[in-house]
Write a protein that binds this ligand. Structure first.
Ligand SMILES: C[S@@+](CC[C@H](N)C(=O)[O-])C[C@H]1O[C@@H](n2cnc3c(N)ncnc32)[C@H](O)[C@@H]1O
Length: 227
């Protein structure tokens, strides 16, 4: 699973997401006294963090930490970059001291706002990256007989933990043309595959290629105070 995921990400299908992430980090006010401290919660096999680390390391002094609950994902991440500290850890109990971080990333993951607020310093940034309404609509139309309405983001848990929403920027939707193998990998990367009826999964398996829409939302939050 981790290997298949790595191959799909390495194909460049999600490159615009990595580019947008890099732009966000590059635009943050520079901290000259010490390296920029960034953690990626649920970093998976480390694609995004290692991409931005290699692009930013010439301009900014970096202290990057990626962690994920899956030890297989983290093992794969260690092969991407030796300059990043990789940890097997849960977002529910992050092994990082309080107030340490400047930025927390949560990409297609499961935010735990209380722990993100604890580990960030006041004024620190949380970047949430999630699927938008049109994300993988072609894939979902095959897997489901009826498409469920888009579940919008709920700000309340973040506000309760002391964050404010500073910016909400949907990335312009873009397309990726997938091979048969990539269709299966992408389907497995989503929660949709396991929820879909078997007949629809077979339909998907019979496709030779598929063009999918990638619709991704970036939300930048600022930690105003500690609750
Ligand atoms: C959809 S994947 C996203 C991976 C990566 N951020 C990316 O976009 O490529 C979600 C990741 O969250 C991890 N995860 C699930 N629960 C977690 C938890 N409580 N703490 C840390 N990571 C978790 C999974 O192991 C998986 O790697």
């Amino acid at each position: 699973m981790v290997k298949a995921r790595r191959e799909l990400l390495d194909s460049g299908a999600y490159q615009p997401v990595a580019q947008q992430l890099q732009q966000y980090l590059a635009a943050l006010p520079s901290i000259t006294q010490r390296p920029l401290r960034v953690a990626d919660a649920g970093c998976g096999e480390g694609y995004y963090l290692s991409q931005v680390a290699s692009q930013l390391s010439d301009e900014v002094d970096l202290d990057f930490i990626g962690f994920d609950i899956s030890k297989w994902a983290v093992q794969a991440a260690t092969k991407r970059s030796k300059a990043i500290r990789w940890l097997v850890a849960s977002s529910k109990n992050i092994p990082i001291e309080s107030n340490y971080l400047d930025v927390m990333l949560c990409m297609f993951g499961f935010p735990v706002f209380s722990e993100f607020a604890r580990t960030l310093s006041v004024g620190g940034k949380l970047l949430l990256v999630d699927a938008g309404p049109q994300h993988l609509v072609e894939l979902r139309s095959i897997l489901y007989d009826d498409l469920k309405p888009y579940k919008d983001w709920c700000a309340e848990p973040a506000l309760d933990a002391g964050f404010e929403l500073s910016e909400h920027k949907p990335l312009a939707p873009f397309k990726a043309r997938l091979t048969q193998q990539q269709i299966q990998t992408l389907a497995l990367m989503t929660p949709h595959f396991f929820r879909a009826p078997a007949a629809n999964r077979s339909k998907l398996a019979s496709l030779q290629q598929l063009e999918v829409t990638l619709d991704v939302q970036f939300r930048l939050l600022t930690l105003l105070d500690k609750q």
